[in-house]
Design a protein around this ligand. Sequence first.
Ligand code: GLY
Ligand code: MN
Ligand code: MN
Length: 448
Amino acid sequence: MTAAVVRACAARRAAVLARMQPGAVAILPTTAEALRNGDAEYPYRHDSYFYYLSGFCEPDAVLVLVAARGAQAAQSILFCRAKNSEREIWDGFRHGPDGARAHFGFDAAFPIEELDTEMARLLADAPALWYALGHSAALDVQIKTWLAAVRSQARSGVRAPAEAHDLFVLLDEMRLIKDDSEQATMLRASQISARAHTRAMKAARPGMFEYELEAELLHEFRRSGAQSPAYTSIVAAGANACVLHYVANNAQSRDGDLILIDAGCELDGYAADISRTFPVNGRFSAPQRALYELVLAAQNAALAAARPGLPYSGMHDAAVAVLAGGMLDLGLLDKAVVGSVDDVIAERLHQQFYMHGTGHWLGMDVHDVGAYRDSHLDGKPSRALLAGMALTVEPGIYVRPAAGVPEQFWHIGIRIEDDVIIDAGGHRILTIDAPKTVAEIEAAMAPA
Ligand code: GLY
Ligand code: MN
Ligand code: MN
């Protein structure tokens, strides 16, 4: 854990505490460990919200924040696993409460076994409780138990919190704007992921299996220090690229196929999310190239709309306008039958070939948190982009065989996805290192 992350987490806790009522208490547990099968566990991944405020990656931990009241200063309290020399021989190092307090800057820390006793004490006379309303049945049960313990002291004049607030609503908005520490980590995650895509492109040969290319990605992720993929990698050869969430990755490529790879690593809790599409033999065919140039033009149009003050939805609208025009020009849609670009968009006919959105927030979660619309305004308009927002820009085109669709385009699936952070001047592309134009891809794949 770097000093910068410790400082960033402390600043975020202070921001949350400043939003709470005097004496209010916030409760935020991390994720539980999960069995995969038999005695084997899934690799442990902390809860994103918990990590955002704590920087702490061990399981069995709960963060409690108590807002300042009168002479009583605000407190950040961690409950975590106690040191245990026997368990540490089997499972590895634990910070323990004292170590956690010293390294992560909490005001106090207790063994997790003391949570029930301490919560009954901390919630006594607290005016309000902040937690993730309705997200965890297990937490709801714990809170019920703690409140019952507080209410049992009512005859002594002790009051239980009378208000509950959704902690996630507050944290979602904070997480939407990435601070310097987050932006630095996301850039590193993107650079590693761009190298992984480049490596897979360079390794590709007709006849290779999808999983062989997946292995190239994993190799680059891990050798660069990324902990894991941020989501299940998609490596789709030929027609498999038209399956949007294809994850089998077990088919053999054939000469002439395009390969669509959608993969990004998770580095220190932050995701990258890149898609590239390239010919397995290193040269685009004419129909592949025509569709590829169309998707790239759509992405460039979307990127031109990635600026502070413009609506989030503008990027999608810009991409759809270009794609719809291209579908008409290339004969995917028949002008004589469907009419103009405006008609295509109004009738949503482009959705035959482009059926997903043009991006999403990106951060600790690959589909990161944060509202897309101003829900309090009439008509719930798309919200304006702000400096510090991180998002993907990922138009695509997916051509399944159908009557009237030129056969030369059948089974071609293309997606081009980059990660950007909005800044004062427009945006910064974090994933710029992954070859993207036809010329860049063909050059990267050319024999040395
Ligand atoms: N890889 C998930 C997505 O592109 O949204
Ligand atoms: Mn994405
Ligand atoms: Mn993706």
